[in-house]
Design a protein around this ligand. Sequence first.
Ligand SMILES: *Cc1c(COP(=O)(O)O)cnc(C)c1O
Length: 215
Amino acid sequence: MNTEFISALPADIVLVAVTKNHTSDTIAEVARAGIGHIAENRVQEAKHKLEEVGKCGLTWHLIGHLQTNKVRAAVGIFDVIESVDSIRLMKVLNEEAARINKVQDILLQLNLTQEPQKTGFSEEDYREAVALLPEFANLRVCGLMVIAKDVDDPEQTRPVFRRAKEIFLQLQRMYPVEVLSMGMTNDYRVAIEEGSTEIRLGRALFGERDYSIKY
Ligand SMILES: *Cc1c(COP(=O)(O)O)cnc(C)c1O
């Protein structure tokens, strides 16, 4: 695990270690390195790892698209669900959280790049979702999550991050939100410059993912 660059990060940036497609041991390793957060993109994989190594005292984030039939498991596992991308999902999450008497921390995922293959709210649907938040007593919105386009020149991601920050500041006038989750291995420096509060790093910490690791 490469931790050399971590000390160069601004102290107020939350680092989330993306452990998808790595073994359960990696999660224990993250905990030993003093990083407080891990993220997984598949509920099944997270469940398997949780059974193997436990929570390791870490905050667990879900960053992949969540199907409504996996909501029960997800609410049982994750402290923060970052990939909330539809009103239907918000309803189901709220019901499940209410059932087990939990207030589920969530981020609303924005799709600002209009890539059809990508999940996340369009700006229009996002506004509708925000308007409905008061109806979901068992969801606590903590902020926004954004995935930029994967491009060779990270400079190209700047406008998307800048727009996300504007939307985040608007949301802050309505809710006490503190998390703007943007920035991955390729683009985290630009994301930080544009006001990210949380970066999600996989390859920068662990090198390339091992896609033969399947649970
Ligand atoms: C995989 C993933 C990451 C980490 O990507 P790296 O390029 O390995 O840093 C971050 N966020 C999301 C939503 C991901 O799916």
